[in-house]
Write a protein that binds this ligand. Structure first.
Ligand SMILES: Cc1ncc(C[n+]2csc(CCOP(=O)(O)OP(=O)(O)O)c2C)c(N)n1
Ligand SMILES: [Mg+2]
Length: 356
Protein backbone atom coordinates (compact mmCIF):
# COMPACT_ATOMS: atom_id res chain seq x y z
CA UNK A 1 0.00 0.00 0.00
CA UNK A 2 2.71 2.44 0.94
CA UNK A 3 5.06 3.64 -1.74
CA UNK A 4 8.27 1.74 -1.12
CA UNK A 5 10.80 4.05 -2.73
CA UNK A 6 10.97 7.50 -4.18
CA UNK A 7 13.68 6.61 -6.66
CA UNK A 8 13.27 7.70 -10.27
CA UNK A 9 13.19 4.69 -12.57
CA UNK A 10 12.46 6.60 -15.76
CA UNK A 11 16.09 6.25 -16.81
CA UNK A 12 16.27 2.49 -16.37
CA UNK A 13 17.40 1.04 -19.71
CA UNK A 14 14.08 -0.71 -20.32
CA UNK A 15 12.27 2.61 -19.88
CA UNK A 16 14.70 4.58 -22.02
CA UNK A 17 13.61 2.32 -24.86
CA UNK A 18 10.06 3.64 -24.63
CA UNK A 19 9.03 6.01 -27.42
CA UNK A 20 6.50 8.78 -26.78
CA UNK A 21 3.93 6.61 -28.51
CA UNK A 22 4.74 3.63 -26.25
CA UNK A 23 4.24 5.80 -23.19
CA UNK A 24 0.91 7.06 -24.47
CA UNK A 25 -0.08 3.47 -25.18
CA UNK A 26 0.60 2.58 -21.57
CA UNK A 27 -1.75 5.39 -20.59
CA UNK A 28 -4.37 4.16 -23.07
CA UNK A 29 -4.04 0.63 -21.79
CA UNK A 30 -4.68 1.72 -18.19
CA UNK A 31 -7.55 4.00 -19.26
CA UNK A 32 -9.17 1.09 -21.13
CA UNK A 33 -9.12 -1.08 -18.01
CA UNK A 34 -10.47 1.73 -15.82
CA UNK A 35 -13.32 2.49 -18.18
CA UNK A 36 -14.16 -1.16 -18.78
CA UNK A 37 -14.44 -1.70 -15.05
CA UNK A 38 -16.55 1.41 -14.50
CA UNK A 39 -19.01 0.35 -17.17
CA UNK A 40 -19.10 -3.23 -15.83
CA UNK A 41 -19.95 -1.88 -12.38
CA UNK A 42 -22.80 0.15 -13.84
CA UNK A 43 -24.20 -2.80 -15.79
CA UNK A 44 -23.83 -5.17 -12.86
CA UNK A 45 -25.66 -2.79 -10.58
CA UNK A 46 -28.29 -2.42 -13.29
CA UNK A 47 -28.92 -6.16 -13.06
CA UNK A 48 -27.64 -6.92 -16.55
CA UNK A 49 -25.10 -9.48 -15.44
CA UNK A 50 -24.92 -12.03 -12.66
CA UNK A 51 -22.28 -13.90 -10.70
CA UNK A 52 -19.41 -12.15 -9.01
CA UNK A 53 -17.60 -9.04 -10.17
CA UNK A 54 -14.14 -8.26 -8.76
CA UNK A 55 -12.97 -4.89 -10.01
CA UNK A 56 -9.33 -4.06 -10.74
CA UNK A 57 -9.66 -0.28 -10.43
CA UNK A 58 -6.62 1.15 -8.63
CA UNK A 59 -4.30 -1.70 -9.64
CA UNK A 60 -4.06 -1.01 -13.39
CA UNK A 61 -0.35 -0.14 -13.39
CA UNK A 62 0.54 -3.65 -12.20
CA UNK A 63 -1.01 -5.58 -15.08
CA UNK A 64 -0.12 -2.95 -17.67
CA UNK A 65 3.45 -2.42 -16.48
CA UNK A 66 4.33 -6.11 -16.20
CA UNK A 67 2.61 -7.29 -19.37
CA UNK A 68 4.14 -4.46 -21.41
CA UNK A 69 7.45 -6.31 -20.97
CA UNK A 70 6.28 -9.60 -22.45
CA UNK A 71 7.60 -11.18 -25.62
CA UNK A 72 6.10 -13.97 -27.75
CA UNK A 73 6.97 -16.81 -25.34
CA UNK A 74 5.96 -15.11 -22.12
CA UNK A 75 2.74 -16.18 -20.44
CA UNK A 76 0.43 -14.88 -17.74
CA UNK A 77 -1.97 -16.44 -15.27
CA UNK A 78 -3.83 -14.86 -12.38
CA UNK A 79 -6.66 -15.19 -9.87
CA UNK A 80 -10.28 -14.09 -10.18
CA UNK A 81 -9.54 -10.32 -10.32
CA UNK A 82 -8.57 -10.88 -13.91
CA UNK A 83 -10.12 -8.24 -16.18
CA UNK A 84 -7.08 -5.96 -16.18
CA UNK A 85 -4.63 -8.73 -17.05
CA UNK A 86 -6.96 -9.96 -19.79
CA UNK A 87 -7.21 -6.56 -21.47
CA UNK A 88 -3.51 -5.85 -21.02
CA UNK A 89 -2.77 -9.23 -22.63
CA UNK A 90 -4.53 -8.04 -25.77
CA UNK A 91 -8.01 -9.49 -25.32
CA UNK A 92 -10.79 -7.43 -26.85
CA UNK A 93 -13.30 -5.60 -24.73
CA UNK A 94 -16.04 -7.25 -26.75
CA UNK A 95 -15.15 -10.83 -25.82
CA UNK A 96 -14.61 -9.75 -22.21
CA UNK A 97 -17.87 -7.82 -21.89
CA UNK A 98 -19.83 -10.63 -23.57
CA UNK A 99 -18.35 -13.02 -21.01
CA UNK A 100 -19.58 -10.82 -18.16
CA UNK A 101 -23.01 -10.89 -19.75
CA UNK A 102 -22.85 -14.71 -19.94
CA UNK A 103 -23.19 -14.68 -23.72
CA UNK A 104 -21.99 -17.11 -26.33
CA UNK A 105 -19.48 -14.69 -27.88
CA UNK A 106 -17.72 -14.29 -24.54
CA UNK A 107 -14.14 -15.50 -24.30
CA UNK A 108 -15.26 -18.58 -22.35
CA UNK A 109 -18.49 -18.92 -24.34
CA UNK A 110 -20.46 -17.31 -21.58
CA UNK A 111 -19.82 -20.09 -19.10
CA UNK A 112 -16.93 -18.63 -17.13
CA UNK A 113 -18.01 -15.11 -16.22
CA UNK A 114 -15.91 -12.47 -14.50
CA UNK A 115 -13.51 -14.86 -12.80
CA UNK A 116 -12.67 -16.93 -15.87
CA UNK A 117 -11.43 -14.79 -18.70
CA UNK A 118 -9.11 -16.87 -20.88
CA UNK A 119 -7.18 -16.34 -24.12
CA UNK A 120 -4.48 -18.97 -24.62
CA UNK A 121 -3.84 -17.53 -28.10
CA UNK A 122 -2.68 -14.39 -26.26
CA UNK A 123 -0.73 -16.47 -23.71
CA UNK A 124 -3.29 -15.53 -21.08
CA UNK A 125 -4.35 -18.53 -19.00
CA UNK A 126 -7.05 -17.08 -16.73
CA UNK A 127 -8.86 -16.25 -14.40
CA UNK A 128 -8.92 -18.73 -11.38
CA UNK A 129 -11.31 -18.76 -8.44
CA UNK A 130 -9.45 -20.89 -5.92
CA UNK A 131 -7.11 -18.66 -3.93
CA UNK A 132 -3.55 -19.71 -4.78
CA UNK A 133 -4.84 -22.32 -7.26
CA UNK A 134 -3.10 -20.61 -10.16
CA UNK A 135 0.33 -20.75 -8.50
CA UNK A 136 1.20 -24.37 -9.38
CA UNK A 137 -0.39 -23.84 -12.80
CA UNK A 138 1.88 -20.86 -13.44
CA UNK A 139 4.82 -23.03 -12.47
CA UNK A 140 3.68 -25.60 -15.02
CA UNK A 141 3.35 -23.01 -17.77
CA UNK A 142 6.88 -21.79 -17.10
CA UNK A 143 8.15 -25.35 -16.99
CA UNK A 144 6.52 -25.97 -20.38
CA UNK A 145 8.27 -22.97 -21.91
CA UNK A 146 11.65 -24.18 -20.63
CA UNK A 147 10.96 -27.77 -21.68
CA UNK A 148 10.26 -26.60 -25.23
CA UNK A 149 13.58 -24.75 -25.26
CA UNK A 150 11.96 -21.34 -25.70
CA UNK A 151 13.17 -18.08 -24.23
CA UNK A 152 10.10 -17.27 -22.20
CA UNK A 153 8.65 -17.06 -18.74
CA UNK A 154 5.37 -16.94 -16.88
CA UNK A 155 4.10 -14.03 -14.83
CA UNK A 156 1.97 -15.67 -12.16
CA UNK A 157 -0.06 -13.12 -10.19
CA UNK A 158 -1.49 -13.70 -6.75
CA UNK A 159 -3.02 -11.61 -3.99
CA UNK A 160 -1.61 -10.93 -0.55
CA UNK A 161 -4.31 -13.32 0.69
CA UNK A 162 -2.80 -16.21 -1.28
CA UNK A 163 0.72 -16.16 0.08
CA UNK A 164 0.04 -18.54 2.97
CA UNK A 165 -1.51 -21.24 0.82
CA UNK A 166 0.41 -24.51 0.88
CA UNK A 167 0.32 -24.97 -2.88
CA UNK A 168 2.09 -21.65 -3.30
CA UNK A 169 4.95 -22.67 -1.01
CA UNK A 170 5.30 -26.01 -2.73
CA UNK A 171 5.49 -24.11 -6.01
CA UNK A 172 8.22 -21.79 -4.72
CA UNK A 173 10.28 -24.76 -3.64
CA UNK A 174 9.96 -26.56 -6.97
CA UNK A 175 10.58 -23.35 -8.93
CA UNK A 176 13.96 -22.77 -7.31
CA UNK A 177 14.93 -26.42 -7.07
CA UNK A 178 14.38 -27.09 -10.76
CA UNK A 179 15.23 -23.64 -12.19
CA UNK A 180 11.80 -22.78 -13.53
CA UNK A 181 11.39 -19.38 -15.24
CA UNK A 182 8.32 -18.29 -13.28
CA UNK A 183 7.87 -14.81 -11.83
CA UNK A 184 5.45 -14.68 -8.93
CA UNK A 185 3.89 -11.24 -8.65
CA UNK A 186 2.16 -10.63 -5.34
CA UNK A 187 -0.32 -7.82 -5.89
CA UNK A 188 -0.36 -6.57 -2.33
CA UNK A 189 -3.47 -4.42 -2.18
CA UNK A 190 -3.49 -4.61 1.59
CA UNK A 191 -6.62 -6.73 1.98
CA UNK A 192 -7.84 -10.23 1.53
CA UNK A 193 -11.61 -9.76 1.40
CA UNK A 194 -12.16 -7.86 4.68
CA UNK A 195 -8.93 -8.98 6.39
CA UNK A 196 -6.04 -6.58 6.32
CA UNK A 197 -2.69 -8.02 5.30
CA UNK A 198 -1.09 -7.35 8.69
CA UNK A 199 -3.79 -9.43 10.39
CA UNK A 200 -3.25 -12.45 8.17
CA UNK A 201 0.51 -13.03 8.04
CA UNK A 202 2.73 -13.98 10.95
CA UNK A 203 5.77 -12.54 9.19
CA UNK A 204 4.80 -8.96 8.52
CA UNK A 205 7.95 -7.19 7.40
CA UNK A 206 7.62 -7.97 3.71
CA UNK A 207 5.73 -10.69 1.95
CA UNK A 208 8.32 -11.24 -0.77
CA UNK A 209 11.11 -11.95 1.71
CA UNK A 210 9.63 -15.39 2.24
CA UNK A 211 11.53 -16.23 -0.95
CA UNK A 212 14.70 -16.44 1.15
CA UNK A 213 13.37 -19.66 2.67
CA UNK A 214 13.64 -21.12 -0.83
CA UNK A 215 16.93 -19.43 -1.76
CA UNK A 216 15.05 -17.42 -4.36
CA UNK A 217 15.62 -13.85 -5.56
CA UNK A 218 12.97 -11.34 -4.50
CA UNK A 219 12.15 -7.64 -4.60
CA UNK A 220 9.55 -5.13 -3.46
CA UNK A 221 8.11 -2.73 -5.98
CA UNK A 222 6.08 0.45 -5.77
CA UNK A 223 3.23 -0.79 -7.91
CA UNK A 224 1.69 2.62 -8.57
CA UNK A 225 4.71 3.75 -10.62
CA UNK A 226 4.82 2.15 -14.07
CA UNK A 227 8.48 3.07 -14.53
CA UNK A 228 9.43 1.21 -11.37
CA UNK A 229 7.18 -1.74 -12.20
CA UNK A 230 8.81 -2.10 -15.61
CA UNK A 231 12.36 -1.57 -14.35
CA UNK A 232 12.21 -4.13 -11.54
CA UNK A 233 10.07 -6.69 -13.33
CA UNK A 234 12.38 -6.51 -16.31
CA UNK A 235 15.25 -7.63 -14.09
CA UNK A 236 13.18 -10.63 -13.04
CA UNK A 237 12.18 -11.36 -16.63
CA UNK A 238 15.80 -11.28 -17.77
CA UNK A 239 16.70 -13.67 -14.95
CA UNK A 240 13.94 -16.00 -16.11
CA UNK A 241 14.90 -15.75 -19.79
CA UNK A 242 18.66 -16.00 -19.45
CA UNK A 243 19.23 -18.04 -16.27
CA UNK A 244 15.88 -19.91 -16.15
CA UNK A 245 15.55 -18.71 -12.59
CA UNK A 246 12.39 -17.74 -10.69
CA UNK A 247 11.74 -14.53 -8.75
CA UNK A 248 9.22 -13.51 -6.13
CA UNK A 249 8.07 -9.90 -6.44
CA UNK A 250 5.76 -7.93 -4.19
CA UNK A 251 4.03 -5.03 -5.89
CA UNK A 252 2.33 -2.65 -3.51
CA UNK A 253 -0.99 -1.44 -4.82
CA UNK A 254 -4.58 -0.72 -3.75
CA UNK A 255 -8.11 -1.52 -4.78
CA UNK A 256 -10.75 1.21 -4.72
CA UNK A 257 -13.83 -0.91 -4.43
CA UNK A 258 -14.89 -3.71 -2.12
CA UNK A 259 -13.56 -7.21 -2.53
CA UNK A 260 -16.32 -7.80 -5.06
CA UNK A 261 -19.20 -5.55 -5.96
CA UNK A 262 -21.30 -7.64 -3.59
CA UNK A 263 -18.99 -6.87 -0.62
CA UNK A 264 -21.49 -5.72 2.00
CA UNK A 265 -18.68 -4.76 4.38
CA UNK A 266 -16.69 -2.70 1.89
CA UNK A 267 -16.90 0.41 4.06
CA UNK A 268 -16.28 -1.31 7.39
CA UNK A 269 -12.72 -2.59 7.29
CA UNK A 270 -10.98 0.52 6.00
CA UNK A 271 -11.60 4.17 6.57
CA UNK A 272 -12.99 6.57 3.96
CA UNK A 273 -9.84 8.66 4.54
CA UNK A 274 -7.61 5.78 3.52
CA UNK A 275 -9.49 5.25 0.26
CA UNK A 276 -9.62 9.00 -0.41
CA UNK A 277 -5.87 9.31 0.16
CA UNK A 278 -5.16 6.60 -2.36
CA UNK A 279 -7.39 8.18 -4.97
CA UNK A 280 -5.87 11.59 -4.42
CA UNK A 281 -2.20 10.73 -4.03
CA UNK A 282 -1.56 7.24 -5.38
CA UNK A 283 -3.86 6.74 -8.33
CA UNK A 284 -1.72 5.02 -10.98
CA UNK A 285 -3.60 6.47 -13.93
CA UNK A 286 -3.41 10.03 -12.62
CA UNK A 287 0.24 9.63 -11.65
CA UNK A 288 1.16 8.39 -15.11
CA UNK A 289 -0.83 11.14 -16.78
CA UNK A 290 0.85 13.80 -14.62
CA UNK A 291 4.22 12.28 -15.40
CA UNK A 292 3.62 12.30 -19.15
CA UNK A 293 2.27 15.85 -19.07
CA UNK A 294 5.44 16.93 -17.26
CA UNK A 295 7.60 15.11 -19.81
CA UNK A 296 5.72 16.87 -22.60
CA UNK A 297 4.74 13.49 -24.05
CA UNK A 298 1.03 13.90 -23.40
CA UNK A 299 -1.23 16.95 -23.63
CA UNK A 300 -4.64 17.45 -22.03
CA UNK A 301 -6.13 17.33 -25.55
CA UNK A 302 -4.58 13.95 -26.37
CA UNK A 303 -5.66 12.58 -22.99
CA UNK A 304 -9.21 13.77 -23.63
CA UNK A 305 -9.21 12.21 -27.07
CA UNK A 306 -7.99 8.89 -25.68
CA UNK A 307 -10.66 8.89 -23.01
CA UNK A 308 -13.30 9.61 -25.64
CA UNK A 309 -12.11 6.72 -27.80
CA UNK A 310 -12.01 4.40 -24.83
CA UNK A 311 -15.55 5.34 -23.77
CA UNK A 312 -16.78 4.51 -27.25
CA UNK A 313 -14.90 1.22 -27.27
CA UNK A 314 -16.64 0.19 -24.05
CA UNK A 315 -20.06 1.19 -25.35
CA UNK A 316 -19.43 -0.82 -28.51
CA UNK A 317 -18.46 -3.77 -26.33
CA UNK A 318 -21.71 -3.45 -24.37
CA UNK A 319 -23.74 -3.33 -27.61
CA UNK A 320 -21.85 -6.41 -28.84
CA UNK A 321 -22.53 -8.27 -25.59
CA UNK A 322 -26.21 -7.37 -25.61
CA UNK A 323 -26.60 -8.57 -29.20
CA UNK A 324 -24.91 -11.90 -28.48
CA UNK A 325 -27.19 -14.88 -27.70
CA UNK A 326 -27.12 -16.73 -24.41
CA UNK A 327 -25.63 -20.23 -24.76
CA UNK A 328 -28.29 -22.88 -25.42
CA UNK A 329 -28.97 -25.50 -22.80
CA UNK A 330 -27.51 -28.15 -25.14
CA UNK A 331 -24.06 -26.56 -24.70
CA UNK A 332 -24.01 -27.32 -20.99
CA UNK A 333 -22.03 -30.52 -21.53
CA UNK A 334 -19.50 -28.98 -23.89
CA UNK A 335 -16.03 -27.80 -22.85
CA UNK A 336 -16.30 -29.42 -19.43
CA UNK A 337 -14.93 -32.58 -17.83
CA UNK A 338 -18.22 -34.30 -18.65
CA UNK A 339 -16.48 -35.15 -21.91
CA UNK A 340 -13.84 -37.22 -20.16
CA UNK A 341 -16.46 -39.42 -18.53
CA UNK A 342 -18.51 -39.76 -21.68
CA UNK A 343 -15.94 -40.87 -24.18
CA UNK A 344 -15.95 -37.90 -26.53
CA UNK A 345 -12.94 -37.34 -28.74
CA UNK A 346 -11.98 -34.18 -26.86
CA UNK A 347 -12.22 -36.09 -23.61
CA UNK A 348 -10.18 -39.01 -24.84
CA UNK A 349 -7.42 -36.96 -26.41
CA UNK A 350 -7.31 -34.35 -23.69
CA UNK A 351 -7.84 -31.68 -26.31
CA UNK A 352 -10.45 -29.38 -24.89
CA UNK A 353 -11.85 -26.11 -26.04
CA UNK A 354 -8.73 -24.04 -26.69
CA UNK A 355 -6.96 -26.61 -28.82
CA UNK A 356 -9.54 -26.58 -31.62
C1 LIG B 1 -8.86 -21.75 -1.25
C2 LIG B 1 -9.82 -20.63 -1.10
N1 LIG B 1 -10.08 -20.14 0.13
C3 LIG B 1 -10.94 -19.11 0.28
C4 LIG B 1 -11.56 -18.55 -0.81
C5 LIG B 1 -12.47 -17.37 -0.61
N2 LIG B 1 -11.82 -16.14 -1.06
C6 LIG B 1 -12.05 -15.66 -2.29
S1 LIG B 1 -11.16 -14.31 -2.60
C7 LIG B 1 -10.44 -14.32 -1.09
C8 LIG B 1 -9.47 -13.24 -0.70
C9 LIG B 1 -8.17 -13.28 -1.43
O1 LIG B 1 -7.50 -12.06 -1.28
P1 LIG B 1 -6.19 -11.69 -2.07
O2 LIG B 1 -5.43 -12.93 -2.36
O3 LIG B 1 -5.48 -10.63 -1.31
O4 LIG B 1 -6.69 -11.12 -3.48
P2 LIG B 1 -7.48 -9.77 -3.81
O5 LIG B 1 -8.95 -10.10 -3.67
O6 LIG B 1 -7.03 -8.73 -2.86
O7 LIG B 1 -7.16 -9.47 -5.22
C10 LIG B 1 -10.90 -15.40 -0.35
C11 LIG B 1 -10.49 -15.69 1.03
C12 LIG B 1 -11.26 -19.08 -2.08
N3 LIG B 1 -11.78 -18.58 -3.20
N4 LIG B 1 -10.37 -20.11 -2.21
MG1 LIG C 1 -5.44 -8.59 -1.58
Amino acid sequence: MEATTSQDYSQAPINQQLSAEDKINLYRSMARIRRFEQESLKRYQGGQMGGFLHLYIGQESVAVGTLSLCGPHDHAITAYRCHGHALASGMSMKECMAELYGRIDGCSRGKGGSMHFFAPDKNFWGGHGIVGGQTPLGLGLAYGVKYLGLEGACFCYLGDGAINQGAFHESLNIAELFDIPVIYVIENNGYSMGTSQVRSSAFKETLARRAEAYDMEWDVVNGEDIYEVRAKCHVALERAHKEKKPTLLELNTYRYYGHSVADANAKKYRSPEEVADYKKNHDPLNLWKTRLLAEGVLSEEIAKEINKEVRQEVLDAVAFAEASPTPGVETITEDVYWEVDNNTEAGNTGRHFFND
